[in-house]
Design a protein around this ligand. Sequence first.
Ligand SMILES: Cc1ncc(COP(=O)(O)O)c(C=O)c1O
Length: 388
Amino acid sequence: MSTTRHVYIDNAATTRLDERVLESMIPYLREDYANANSPHRPGRKTHVAVEEARELVASVIGAEPAEIIFTSGGTESNNSVINGVLSAREKRHLITSNAEHHAVLHPVKSAANWGAVHTILPVNTQGRVTTDQVADAITNETVLVSLMHGNNEVATLNPLKEIGEICRNKNILFHSDTVQTVGKIPVDVDDLGVDFLSISAHKLYGPKGVGALYARSGASWKPWMEGGSQERKRRGGTLNVAGIVGMAKALQLATEEMQQNQAHISALKARLMQGLKDRLGEHVQFNGDQQEGLYNILNCSFIYPDHPAIDGEMLLLNLDIEGIYCSNGSACTSGAIEASHVLLAMDIPYAVAKSSIRFSLSKYNTVDDITYIIDKTEAILRRMTTRT
Ligand SMILES: Cc1ncc(COP(=O)(O)O)c(C=O)c1O
């Protein structure tokens, strides 16, 4: 079936590259291709570009340039912290939550293979942990607390500042996966009290496969990615110069244009929520913190008790046919589609969690996109619920 319109509304998964970011990268893909660690003149030129990018990334989050380590993205940054802290320290207890991205949950669980123990805090019905939960979970053995800033499925923000204070008082390292918040809301490492944070360029109109790890000066950890002596021996591997330059440009633009992007995207999200509520009434439920959470993510469940076959997967397929590209948090394990671990962690019943989809908006979405989504979602659900 051919579609007339294409609406990409899956921006928490990844974003379109901003043209200005692409422009900034092209010279480093074309003529300035030298290895940034080579001592010759072209190498020195790309080295300068990398160091300028480092300064920019650092300044955006209130860090020092030496505290920025370039990585391949959020997953690598998260793995580096969890494994790197454990291998540098004697203590063995990690704390995280059950609503984290798998790029935190899996390395935390895998660390058990080499003797680490963990506490996985249960989030509340909005997907948030409390400071009391963290304080109560800390033991003499706790070495690292890792809690995300903004949740990638349900938009909820954790109270990082208060948790950071607890960690600092107890001399425990604090990491946050800030992949979904950097470039969208202000993130300052001192304000949040973090020792480590993870950044990914492709979530903020930058290129895929590049990210950064902030590691506070003096925080003890060992490099996870061993190899050459790049990044002051903290991350081996030839630097992705074009990607790093692109990430810095994307961060610069996201910071300069944060207010206008926020105003535009928040208005679209409010319109989408209102439109779905008006058309679907009690059949739509919004999951997560839609008041104070991230302004670009809307997670909805569609509840039709007489039609239990309505699930997110079917909805996604039907929306896809109409040219609407969104997602759900489900994982496909050996062919079986499972409900999102985040929604289940929030005590949302399995059937409701399975019926949910996530719209995540970008600066490129328009009012017409939203109208189209509302119309098509209503029509698809009507069709699915009137079938005999
Ligand atoms: C919260 C969160 N953490 C980590 C990641 C992984 O980042 P990357 O794709 O850069 O490895 C993602 C991306 O889906 C994410 O949303």
